[in-house]
Design a protein around this ligand. Structure first.
Ligand SMILES: [Fe+2]
Length: 291
């Protein structure tokens, strides 16, 4: 049995200054001061991680938007934070749109978090595969610089075809696809979408997967995607790990645990959701069998 913890969308921010504001960061900073600064709170993240560490788990997936403005000090702070969760062997991460917020920062996530974004083959490329017992963790990158008011993501043909190959090569594993942007979002926000979501869904229809985990929507959600021969693949979104309950209870900081066991064609996966309540305590809010 393997227990996988899932966190996302920390939005750890260092406020931009001077020439750093002469880009999309300027508008982002206004939004940060007006709204996000009061939503994404370091003390909320700290409390959630403290509570998570009291649980038993084998591996943690952090599905992007670790930082907010893609500033060097933010990447460094996020690297230190990753190290508090565990070593690179036991923690997997990948960029979201806020991790590649402006042009020119594309190499930065790998520069700071490379050890947490590398497959068992040791190569720096997405998607990458990490095999942990019967579980195959397959991480994709959707982070790309976009214009103001945009938060879209893209995989591109190269990642999609390699994803197809990896899924085809791991049919006996419990395959978990990790990605920042949801392949299908209940929120349907055009300017925040994964632009090649339909191509990703097509790969999943052809090759299958047992589970997909994502962030980006800052909400808890379970959407069933089509797999091969009528099979369904649960795609599970987790709220931001640092959010006070600014969107109502549903958006408050949370993490999910996935208890995976069984064997090929007889997998079992139980999901446990633990979330911050209005009084600041973290408690179980949902428990269900997904697979
Ligand atoms: Fe995002």
């Amino acid at each position: 049995m393997l227990t996988l913890a899932h966190l996302s969308d920390l939005h750890m921010a260092v406020e931009p200054r001077g020439s750093q504001l002469l880009s999309k960061r300027g508008l982002g900073y206004i939004n940060w001061l007006r709204k996000r600064k009061n939503i994404h709170r370091p003390e909320v993240l700290d409390a959630l991680v403290r509570e998570l560490k009291a649980q038993t788990f084998d591996h943690v997936a952090v599905t992007g938007d670790l930082v907010n403005f893609s500033l060097p000090d933010e990447y460094a702070r996020a690297r230190d934070w990753l190290a508090t969760l565990g070593g690179p062997r036991d923690v997997t991460t990948m960029p979201g749109n806020h991790d590649v917020y402006v042009h020119g920062v594309e190499p930065m996530p790998a520069q700071f978090w490379g050890d947490y974004m590398r497959g068992d083959d040791g190569l720096d490329r997405f998607p990458f595969l990490r095999r942990r017992g019967d579980v195959a963790l397959i991480a994709l990158s959707t982070g790309m610089a976009t214009g103001p008011f945009m938060a879209t993501g893209r995989l591109g043909d190269r990642q999609l075809s390699r994803l197809s190959e990896i899924l085809a090569q791991t049919p006996d594993a419990f395959r978990v696809v990790l990605i920042h942007h949801p392949p299908k979002s209940p929120l349907r926000r055009y300017l925040r979408r994964l632009v090649d979501a339909s191509a990703l869904r097509q790969v999943l229809i052809e090759q299958g997967a047992e589970l997909l985990l994502h962030g980006h929507d800052h909400r808890s959600s379970v959407v069933l995607l089509d797999g091969p021969n009528g099979a369904k693949i649960p795609a599970v979104g987790v709220p931001s790990a640092s959010a006070v309950a600014a969107h109502g209870e549903e958006g408050a900081a949370a993490y999910h645990l996935f208890k995976i066991d069984g064997a090929p064609k007889q997998w079992r996966c139980q999901m446990i959701a633990r979330q911050r309540g209005a009084d600041g305590t973290i408690r179980e809010v949902d428990r269900k069998i997904l697979v």
